[in-house]
Ligand binder design. Structure first.
Ligand SMILES: [Zn+2]
Length: 109
């Protein structure tokens, strides 16, 4: 059962795309122009493209995907910042599991 309202709600819950560095600008989001740097059109100035397809994301979607990526990166930074105490294998398992959940190809389903 997929009425319009349901589909709108689903649309709000964005699936996570695997983003890879744009090969044109090498993830820098800008390319060297003749006189100054220009926004890279191949990645919409984000430095990222969808893995595999190399598609440029529309800006609205790009913002969300970049947010996912940033959240993932922040989680990893926080995990790395945490003092590595000798706490036994259970905690290590939990930490690596959290990282894995964010790093794997999570589709949201
Ligand atoms: Zn680019």
């Amino acid at each position: 059962m997929q009425n319009v309202k349901k589909r709108l709600q689903d649309g709000f819950k964005q699936p996570r795309q695997d983003l890879v560095l744009c090969s044109v600008c090498k993830g820098r989001a800008v390319v060297k122009g003749v006189f100054y740097e220009l926004v890279c059109t191949d990645c919409n100035g984000s430095g990222w493209v969808i893995e595999g397809s190399r598609l440029v994301l529309p800006l609205e979607e790009l913002v969300t995907q970049l947010s996912f990526k940033l959240q993932q990166a922040q989680k990893q930074i926080e995990a790395l910042k945490r003092p590595a105490k000798a706490v036994g294998p259970q905690r290590q398992y939990q930490v690596s599991n959290r990282l894995g959940a964010g790093a794997t190809n999570y589709t949201g389903d």
